[in-house]
Design a protein around this ligand. Structure first.
Ligand code: 9WN
Length: 445
């Protein structure tokens, strides 16, 4: 079957797309994990590994479980799952900021492996559940038994140590924790972080050696990224008194939707490992309730991050606002509102999409079609929304989005992100989660 009429007469078949995806993942496999990209991101990243496991299970189930096992072997004693696990075999300078900058060895409770001290959206329980459901086996049940207490500890870290707002949601302490690093959602809280772009003269950015600088965050963004990490690191990556001293504190709709979805996934995993699903269901309900209460704006009809330093919602309408749709218990009113927002001219979702889903409101003055999370289309946000639409009884829209995802890769290959009008490939050309999530959507009609 042809992938689509959209990309033109030479569109690859689904079998060809599948082969491309498998070759991409095989090429990025690194002894016990998959690198997101050989050039730009040569270590292991947290939420990448979860997305990678979702796709790998279709073709290399052993590796899917290995991927998650390796990541959780670097979990800190407080339960945090670091956003980067560094490969000690790589030369100094293969990524900035590297292990010497993070200095995790000096922090209490860090693992033997060098890691960052930040987290990323907790999509791992969902990934583990989907991997088991796709290919249940003795091995997958054993893997779940090993992972379950670690996944629970990850949730506890986020809901206890990171509940700076006091309402049961997790706050992020750095834009990198959202996974959508330079989203316009972070412009206002970032502008309040004191930083001097001149500090970047002391460092060598690795990303702009491998990707067009005009498609990446700016030097001023990086000066602030570095300043926020330094503040957290110099306090030993401790989470006590964050409100009193930390320069960036935000409740993100994606992180908290993932947090709630993780409790739903744990409720499904619990019976497999002999645990009680009840507490997970209760926690899931509380997270959804808090998310609606704190991050939904009835005036805009979408979700927004809350800046805890001002206690205000951040007005930017980014794709983050659509992500709570992954919550199975999102109330009907918010489901309808998010679907309306997704189908508006801002995001252009439809049963027959003529352009891909952007990461930011395409009608906004600060929409940038080439710059990273400020406009380009990303496979993981597409995939999360696709799952949400299926879960909330919108197979028509889910099918339109699925076709649009297939068209992206058919046009440009397994690129990291894509131009939201032309579908041109941007960033790294052989990007793991694009490949793995493609495998997952190919497996579902
Ligand atoms: C910083 C690896 C990661 C993704 C993030 C994406 C990008 C890193 C960077 O790459 O972030 O963590 O160097 O820009 O924004 O979502 O996990 O693919």
């Amino acid at each position: 079957m042809a992938a689509s009429a959209g990309p033109g007469p030479a569109a690859p078949t689904h079998a060809e797309l599948r082969r491309l995806a498998v070759a991409t993942l095989d090429g990025n496999w690194e002894h016990d994990h998959t690198v997101p990209s050989r050039t730009l991101y040569p270590h292991q990243w947290s939420w990448d590994s979860a997305f990678i496991a979702v796709g790998l299970v279709h073709v290399r189930p052993d590796r899917a479980w290995r991927e998650l096992r390796t990541l959780f072997a670097a979990q800190w004693t407080d339960g945090r799952v670091p956003h980067i696990v560094f490969n000690p075999a790589l030369r100094v300078g293969s990524y900035f900021p590297g292990p010497e900058f993070w200095n995790s060895a000096a922090a209490d409770g860090a693992p033997a492996a060098a890691t960052s001290g930040l987290v990323q959206p907790p999509v791992h329980a969902l990934a583990a559940w989907l991997a088991h459901r796709r290919a249940p086996s003795e091995e997958s049940a054993r893997a779940l038994r090993r992972l379950y207490p670690r996944l629970v500890a990850q949730q506890r870290y986020l809901t206890v140590h990171r509940d700076v707002g006091g309402a049961g949601l997790a706050c992020i302490v750095h834009p990198w924790e959202s996974g959508v690093d330079n989203s316009p959602a972070w412009d206002a809280p970032m502008a309040a972080v004191p930083a001097d772009v001149a500090v970047m003269r002391a460092y060598r950015r690795h990303d702009t050696a491998h990707a067009d600088a005009a498609h990446r965050p700016t030097d001023l963004d990086y000066a602030r990224y570095v300043a926020i990490v330094a503040a957290y690191r110099d306090a030993g990556y401790r989470d006590d008194d964050l409100a009193g001293r930390h320069p960036f504190l935000v409740e993100c709709p994606l992180v908290n939707a993932a947090l709630g979805a993780a409790e739903h996934a744990l409720a499904r995993i619990a019976p497999v490992v002999g645990a009680d699903p009840g507490p997970h269901r209760d926690r899931a309900a509380r997270i959804t309730e808090a998310l609606v209460e704190r991050l939904y704006d009835p005036v805009t009809g979408t979700f927004h991050p809350r800046d805890l330093r001002t206690d205000r919602l951040i007005p930017a309408r980014t794709a983050l606002g659509l992500m709570p749709l992954i919550l199975p218990d999102l109330p009907a009113r918010q489901v309808a509102a998010v679907v309306t927002e997704a189908c508006s001219a801002r995001f252009g979702l439809s049963a027959r999409m003529d352009r891909p889903l952007p990461s930011h409101d395409r009608t906004a003055p600060d929409f940038e079609p080439l710059r990273y999370w400020r406009g380009p289309s990303w496979m993981n946000l597409n995939w999360l929304l696709w799952r949400g639409l299926r879960g909330h009884g919108r197979p028509d829209l889910a099918a339109g989005l699925r076709q649009s995802m297939l068209d992206l890769v058919a046009t440009a290959g397994c690129h990291e992100y894509f131009h939201p009008d032309t579908r041109a490939g941007l960033g790294s050309p052989a990007f793991s989660w694009t490949a793995s999530l493609l495998l997952d959507v190919l497996a579902e009609s």
